[in-house]
Every structure is written in C-alpha cells, then in structure tokens.
Design a protein around this ligand. Sequence first.
Ligand SMILES: [Zn+2]
Length: 94
Amino acid sequence: MSIHEYFPAEGRGCALCCYGFERLHQAGEAPLTHCPACGAALRRALGTPAIIEGGGHRLRESHLARHGYTQYRRLERGRYEKTAGDGPDTIGGD
Ligand SMILES: [Zn+2]
C-alpha cells in the first residue's frame, strides 16, 4: 500500500481536489487520473510510502524526476514546494 497525493493538473478543481488530496492505494490499484468528485484531470505527486517493503529500496529525487514524476513537500496547509521534477515550483497558496 502507498499513499498518493493528487492535485488538479489545470484549473482550480473542486472542494476535494483544489488543494490536493491524499488517497491510500492498495497494492496493484491503478492511480487516479481524474478527480472522483468533479472529474478534473489530476496531477499525481508521490507521497511518502505508507509501508517500505524490505527496507532496501528508496525513491531518490533524481529517480523520480527521470521517470516524469514531480514531487512536492508540504510547506503549510494548502501550499507545496517542488523538490523534484518538471512541475511548477510551488502550487497552492493563491
Ligand atoms: Zn475535484
């Protein structure tokens, strides 16, 4: 299982997705591509894995960027700063 964070890929989204939301995925569950509430296209940010299986595998920021992911860290409620990837430097907060 792992926790994925989603943000609207464009536009402001709805009450669920406008500031991003987290969703716990079961193993093998496909990632969301659209908001379940409003249908907006979603951008996925990799969150911290809920369970690190085996303990030997770590996702490196360079690894994330090379695979097209954009990773953010939470600055404060509703604001995130990019730590890796090609997405906007910051999201939220406006
Ligand atoms: Zn939405």
